[in-house]
Design a protein around this ligand. Structure first.
Ligand code: ADP
Length: 176
């Protein structure tokens, strides 16, 4: 399976919708987790139990092109990690109306490459796409051509810590 992953707010849902409209079959990891009884609700949040999924998930039961979600790299062998400059990600997350704690948590995760590092541990084939300054359609086209093996986008070109001068706390506090 090919995962479309990345920090919440980076654009996975938007890009997935474009790919669906192009005719690709894209599922959300929550659908997969629910099917195996590995999804629960904690307050407003749906929580995927990864240990539960690990024992039950069978990729051959799923006829799909892509799986999306910020945990989707846990059940895929190929993935594209969507990245976004923290300043632009902040605006995308504000646009979604998220509260300050959620914005902070996700901004930190993006800056320290959290999902990329996990993806490198979980997937045999990892691609990294910097979505900063790109339109959702441009990103969808890149994901599509990676999926079709027409192009590759190996990780290593994103370094937000250097870009923000190494001062994560200062960068975040100044903007919230
Ligand atoms: P996620 O599913 O990763 O949490 P969403 O797709 O729900 O993220 O939200 C991302 C937001 O950022 C949307 O409002 C989308 O329109 C916006 N956006 C701006 N530029 C891009 C881009 N290049 N790719 C994807 N989303 C983008």
């Amino acid at each position: 399976m090919f995962a479309i992953t990345g920090t919440p707010g980076v654009g996975k849902t938007t890009v997935s919708e474009i790919l669906r409209r192009k005719g690709y079959r894209v599922i959300h990891i929550n659908e997969v987790a629910e099917y195996y009884g590995c999804l629960s609700r904690e307050g407003d949040e749906l929580v995927v139990d990864l240990d539960c999924l690990d024992g039950r998930f069978d990729p051959y039961e799923w006829e799909c092109d892509f799986v999306e979600g910020h945990l989707s790299h846990h059940i895929a062998d190929r993935c594209a990690v969507l990245r976004c400059h923290p300043a632009e990600l902040l605006e995308r997350m504000k646009g979604k109306g998220w509260d300050e704690d959620k914005i902070l948590e996700n901004l930190e995760a993006e800056i320290v490459d959290f999902i990329l590092v996990e993806s490198l541990e979980m997937c045999a084939e990892v691609h990294e796409i910097d979505t900063t300054g790109k339109t959702p359609h441009e990103v969808a086209r890149i994901v599509e051509s990676i999926y079709l093996r027409q192009t590759a986008s190996p990780p290593g070109n994103v370094d937000w810590i250097s870009e923000i001068g190494g001062e994560i706390d200062r960068f975040i506090r100044k903007r919230l």
